[in-house]
Write a protein that binds this ligand. Sequence first.
Ligand SMILES: *[C@@H]1O[C@H](CO)[C@@H](O)[C@H](O)[C@H]1NC(C)=O
Ligand SMILES: *[C@@H]1O[C@H](CO)[C@@H](O)[C@H](O)[C@H]1NC(C)=O
Ligand SMILES: *[C@@H]1O[C@H](CO)[C@@H](O)[C@H](O)[C@H]1NC(C)=O
Ligand SMILES: *[C@@H]1O[C@H](CO)[C@@H](O)[C@H](O)[C@H]1NC(C)=O
Ligand SMILES: *[C@@H]1O[C@H](CO)[C@@H](O)[C@H](O)[C@H]1NC(C)=O
Ligand SMILES: *[C@@H]1O[C@H](CO)[C@@H](O)[C@H](O)[C@H]1NC(C)=O
Length: 701
Amino acid sequence: MTTWIGVISFLVILCCSWLPGSLATYNVGVGRADCTGPTAEITFMGYAKLTQKGCGLHLRQFARAFIFDDGTSRVVFVSIDACMVGYSLKNAVVKKLKTLYNDTYTHENFILSGTHTHGAPGGFLVDVLYDITELGFCADTFNAYTTGIFNAIKKAHESLVESHVYITSGEVHANINRSPASYDQNPEEERNKYKYNTDKTLRQLKIVRASDNELIGAINWYAVHAVSMNNSNCLVTSDNVGYASILLESEYNTNSVIGQGDFVGAFASSNLGDVSPNLNGPVCVNTGEACDYVTSTCGGENKYCIASGPGKDMFESAEIIATRLFSKSKELLSNETAQELSGPIKFIHQWVEVPKQAVDIQLENGTIQTVKGCLPAMGYSFAAGTTDGPGEFDFKQGSSTDNPFWNIVRDFVFPPTTEDINCHYPKPILIASGRIKVPYNWQPEIVSTQILLLGNFALVGVPGEFTTMSGRRMRDAVKNVIVDSGGDSSTEVVIAGLSNTYTSYIATYEEYQLQRYEGASTIFGPHTLQIYLSIYKTLAEALIKGQKVDAGPVPDDPDKSKLLSLITPVIFDSSGWFWNFGDVLQQPPKSVKVNDTVSVKFIAGHPRNDLMLEKTFLAVEKLGDDGKWNVVATDANFETRFIWTRTSFIKAGSEVEVQWQVRNGAESGTYRIKHYGHYKSLLGGIYPYQGTSHNFTVTSS
Ligand SMILES: *[C@@H]1O[C@H](CO)[C@@H](O)[C@H](O)[C@H]1NC(C)=O
Ligand SMILES: *[C@@H]1O[C@H](CO)[C@@H](O)[C@H](O)[C@H]1NC(C)=O
Ligand SMILES: *[C@@H]1O[C@H](CO)[C@@H](O)[C@H](O)[C@H]1NC(C)=O
Ligand SMILES: *[C@@H]1O[C@H](CO)[C@@H](O)[C@H](O)[C@H]1NC(C)=O
Ligand SMILES: *[C@@H]1O[C@H](CO)[C@@H](O)[C@H](O)[C@H]1NC(C)=O
Ligand SMILES: *[C@@H]1O[C@H](CO)[C@@H](O)[C@H](O)[C@H]1NC(C)=O
């Protein structure tokens, strides 16, 4: 009997190892698409600063999609250059995908993760609290993100090819902990297990086409806030991690403009809750002294305690962080010793109504205690913001504010109940967001919980910003359950941050006690992490054992046309009596050299008339030997800036400035600057126009 089983198994292994696509390879597709939102006048998402509105573009936003298929099962991971993502956005993408691919891509096998850039337009989350500073729902942002994510997945779908996938990692010093006082609340014995108070490991999946060993894609996960660009920036940007992607893609897509080329390289978010890229740390900008360690204040005021660095300004800081991430990623990609993933592809997903959860936890003295989730609520420290961007969230109730949207919603604010106060203790509640259902939900209560498995690699999609230690506990818990359930003992677990649903922060129980920003923004109360650990452990076990879990309650997705929005549309554009759109107001100098910045100004239409997805608002062109003009840089390049200003509100006039910094390596020759835009006529039609500067020469010497 045993002999026969042995022989049959041997034959099965022999046969299947000959089949293409079995065991060691997967079918993998990669795709990238432009998803840049409106670049003018819409408030950025992240710093909660009403006055931080778009005034142009520094780095375009992209969605990057990766599909993995083992012949029976398929998963998709998308990283998008956006602050975070929400259920409505993902649902819009899933519905759009269904029209082309039926049930191939669903909420269950698709993780959508935001990079957490704070330099991109908001108004797309639908939940009232998260859209307040944007003056409500912004359809332009929502539609640009939906289109970009959909297009990226479509490209990945169309590029599926047999590939090897490798996992590797390396250490990068590009982050610091911005709430060390909270981190220090965690048990000493736990902290002693780690060298640093942030995770410095960059984990990478490297994708190589099987037929010719060509590198086709890479996903890098690293825990860092995308806040090198501070809250005074008004140019749309994908910030440090977005620029790292651009550097990596430029490295492998030689001779392509940014956003083009087959190689796709993402830098996705992870457990970045308490992690800052501002390596010089916080300092009192008014006195130069150190901030108070526990409260991050200067003489009692939080607005002066600001972190920055390592560059001399925010652009250079973003570039330094990006370059460190890119360099390590490139080094790992060129190393042949990475471990190849093998084993089946699986996925598991469950909707969970967190405030209704109760889990048993074991206290240090052995007693079992049942802990519960709370209805969402934000604590006082939430309004204080962080050292990466002190808060200006105008939450003084009863007084009139300069945010008309907040003035409307203020009237819906309800006081917390005794139950809320006890549940969230010791959090002093500023907004009992879970009690308010008018005009619609203020914060989600049903979240998406999910794990994707690629053989011995597990990707844990979490609905918010896990702090360093929360992420470590989650990775350990999932890994232990995978191994205990009979899974591969070499499994690597990675946290995919800000995935699918956004519910602010997830601090540990111990960190929560101090009620700094991250604890104050842990919306389901002190036991949020313990509840998630219990849920993801159940998911991991079911995943390995091939069991099904209950789908859970599906969240509401309100009709977009019924959402509140006080964002004013573009009425019309005027070029002024004697001018035409595209006319040059300021010409470049006749000749420039390396390190000069060329500035050209044009009469313009409003950039919101057409978002120019997969196009560009500007081009730097060089005259070729054949007499043709070649594009050497677009608005997606780091060395260009597209800056919009309103010249006269009454006259509906706009002006744009194109800046191009001539960098080392620029070739000598004849150049010119172009601007592309659209204007809206008084009668309502939208028409394209373009402008071209005089020729100028670049001398590199
Ligand atoms: C779509 O998928 C469903 C369930 O997976 C299946 O029953 C149906 O036949 C599919 N429809 C098409 C048009 O393929
Ligand atoms: C943002 O960074 C710039 C340098 O690029 C600095 O001048 C400014 O003070 C910073 N602003 C804030 C609010 O941190
Ligand atoms: C490649 O990676 C291995 C394992 O991490 C490491 O030991 C080795 O030094 C790396 N080689 C290069 C050339 O970086
Ligand atoms: C265990 O600790 C909890 C919380 O500190 C306390 O409420 C409980 O009484 C303790 N139980 C025992 C048996 O000491
Ligand atoms: C341009 O600036 C960089 C950095 O400041 C410097 O290293 C380089 O020498 C400069 N190049 C020229 C040609 O001036
Ligand atoms: C710019 O260069 C092109 C190509 O040499 C030439 O046709 C054109 O007349 C030049 N324009 C100006 C304004 O000098």
